[in-house]
Ligand binder design. Structure first.
Ligand code: ATP
Ligand code: MG
Length: 269
């Protein structure tokens, strides 16, 4: 079972958009997929129009079993564990719990029947994010294409390094550093690409094709749809298709190359 976390300490970089499309895309590709919302903002439930009863909070406090918190059939082959703002209180509620960083891993230990679990996270290195990183085996780091992009990406890598040092036996691979809302005609995008390329720890994992800026993404989510449902011929649908191909191994793994970066570096020249 793949366990893919979507993480960046910086806010508004496209984490939820990526998690939703990664999960929905893997489900479309035939994988039985569970999308877990580990962000108290609860955006996943909003995107899919889920009326939340029990949630991730109940799972982590032990008040509900996984079967009870999973919302089934959100789409074909796609289930969801939603979050609500109640999760903001988890930090204090779990303060005295033993090994509180691995509660999610232990609560989902016997999870069965899925090919992939995708986890959305909040823009902070808090207890929930630790739990996410100690459950996941792979990480996607979406990076917004602005001048601050590199800072958030580096902070995220630092957090991952810390986890690796503290729990060296846990497998945690960086699947992709994913440029989001890419617009190669802007100076901001080109500068952000340059900065990512200059940092070996980021360029090494850079998925250069990225996801292009596309207003249909925002419209789709507002309509509680994925881009494949809302605008199947859009650039974003095409780019997320390519990303799913990359993640499922259809595209050679080491070929984290693509059009956007090439165009960006050409544009810089
Ligand atoms: N490819 C894209 N093209 C245009 N807009 C995009 C694209 N990807 C994401 N966005 C927009 O960027 C905004 C932020 O995206 P999103 O909510 O996914 O970020 P986030 O990292 O989850 O934020 P937070 O840190 O608050 O959880 C949204 O309005 C979304 O519609
Ligand atoms: Mg989000």
């Amino acid at each position: 079972m793949r366990r893919i976390a979507v993480v960046n300490m910086k806010g508004g970089v496209g984490k939820t958009t990526t998690a939703v499309h990664l999960a929905a895309g893997l489900a479309r590709a035939g994988l039985r997929t569970l999308l877990v919302d580990a962000d108290p903002q609860g955006n996943v439930a909003h995107v899919f129009g889920i009326a939340v009863g029990v949630s991730l909070t109940d799972l982590l406090t032990g008040d509900a079993e996984p079967e009870a918190v999973i919302v089934r059939g959100v789409r074909e082959r796609l289930d969801v564990i939603p979050a609500t703002p109640a999760a903001f209180t988890l930090e204090t509620r779990l303060a005295g719990a033993p090994q509180r960083e691995t509660i999610l891993a232990r609560r989902l230990k016997s999870l069965d029947g899925y090919d992939a679990v995708v986890i959305d996270s909040s823009p902070a290195m808090n207890l929930l994010t630790y739990n996410v990183l100690l459950y996941a085996h792979e990480v996607v780091i979406p990076v917004g294409m602005d001048s601050m992009a590199i800072i958030g990406a580096r902070q995220t890598l630092d957090g991952i390094r810390e986890i690796r040092e503290l729990w060296p036996e846990r497998p945690l691979d960086i699947l992709a550093v994913l440029p989001t809302a890419v617009n190669v005609t802007t100076i901001a995008t080109r500068a952000a690409f340059d900065a990512l390329e200059r940092d070996p720890s980021l360029s090494d994992r850079l998925y250069r094709r990225g996801v292009r800026q596309c207003i249909d993404v925002t419209y789709a989510l507002a309509q509680r749809q994925t881009v494949w449902e809302y605008a199947p011929k859009s650039r974003a649908a095409e780019d997320f298709d390519a990303l799913i191909g990359f993640v499922t191994g259809g595209t050679a793994r080491d070929e984290r190359t693509g059009d956007a970066a090439g165009e960006a570096s050409q544009a810089v020249v």
